[in-house]
Design a protein around this ligand. Structure first.
Ligand code: NAP
Length: 308
């Protein structure tokens, strides 16, 4: 590590972190961008984006590439390190990785997004990667002409279910209520698919297999209490997502679900620490508002740096 103190450290190179890079570069601020895995964030778990204005339909991988290239134009070459802690000492943020200081910065924009929530049923752990998946975009090809169940009723479950319906012979969405949470356009498409159905008012009781791969699931009807067995090759779980924020041990105000509360400048209760994207407490999580958050956060960081 050098003794350099950056104006801003950005953590996470999804749509929010990459947008922050463009805005920071254009504002002439000295910044560093960290990424623990692959740039793109949630775009890596998605096939097609149809609700990002200007692109009526774009491959998520292509949008990631465009955003990554755009960020690089303005100095946003990610440093591939997992940040393990963020501390504020005498007004300066110290970011650590692997037990060492990775950088010091006067302000931070956290854009680490979300990770899949686990279902917590028997067999989930045992068969993860052997039939149990949290990413149809990544693993769908393994289920060509096979049968799969998708757990959940939100946008992710239905969207990924639709992707799977193009590969698998049969897709059954298992949903705990009698109404999906997903937006109408996705519901309509799902109901129109001949090889897709919804098992209503039902939850997964257990994922069973032959010791190597998933072979069937036990599904419980929550209204009747009846448990049935259904043969399946794959179980795709989309029961919500959790904030990726354990590495931030600072005492920051969060909502009940653990998302970071910010003001209109995307600043948290820790002055100088901003949050952009899905990690922020907000009602809607989309690429469109992730990039909007990032633009606002950079404006907030700029004002903070002028004052501090
Ligand atoms: P979500 O909206 O929180 O939906 C989670 C689903 O899982 C809900 O239907 C919920 O049921 C169900 N669920 C939760 N816990 C469960 C459990 N223990 N057992 C069974 N079912 C359970 O999560 P998401 O679909 O991942 O979406 C997260 C955010 O990303 C949302 O804001 C969404 O709009 C956004 N997103 C947008 C797009 C898009 O615009 N194309 C795509 C993906 C995600 P209930 O409905 O009964 O609560």
């Amino acid at each position: 590590m050098t003794n350099k103190i950056y104006d801003v450290a950005v953590i996470g190179a999804g749509p929010a972190g990459l947008t922050a890079s463009v805005y920071l570069g254009r504002a002439g601020l000295e910044y560093i961008l960290f990424e623990a895995g692959m740039p793109g964030g949630q775009l890596n778990n998605t096939e097609i984006i149809e609700n990002y204005t200007g692109f009526s339909s774009i491959d998520a991988a292509e949008l990631t590439e465009k955003m990554t290239d755009h960020a690089k134009l303005w100095g946003g070459n990610p440093v591939y390190k997992a940040i393990s802690s963020v501390k504020k000492i005498d007004g300066i943020f110290n970011l650590e990785s692997g037990g060492k200081i990775a950088c010091q910065a006067r302000s931070v924009i956290v854009a680490t997004g979300l990770e899949p929530r686990l279902l917590g049923v028997k067999g989930e752990d045992e068969y993860r990667g052997r039939g149990v998946s949290y990413c149809a975009t990544c693993d769908g090809a393994f289920f060509r002409k096979k049968t799969v169940v998708v757990i959940g009723g939100g946008d992710s479950a239905v969207e990924e279910g639709l992707l799977l319906a193009g590969l698998a012979s049969k897709v059954s969405i298992v949903h705990r209520r009698d109404q999906l949470r997903a937006v109408d356009v996705l519901q309509k498409r799902a109901f129109e698919k001949e090889n897709m159905d919804v098992i209503w008012d039902s939850v997964l009781e257990e994922i069973c297999g032959d010791g190597k791969f998933v072979t069937h699931v036990k599904i419980k009807n929550v209204k009747t209490g009846e448990i049935s067995e259904s043969k399946t090759d794959g179980v795709f779980i989309y029961v919500g997502q959790l904030p990726v924020a354990d590495f931030i041990t600072l005492d920051i105000d969060k909502d009940k679900a653990g998302f970071f509360i910010t003001n209109g400048h995307m600043e948290t209760s820790v002055p100088g620490l901003f949050v952009a994207g899905d990690l922020r407490s907000k009602p809607v999580r989309q690429v469109a508002n992730a990039v909007g958050d990032a633009a606002t956060a950079v404006g907030g960081a700029f004002s903070y740096l002028l004052k501090s």
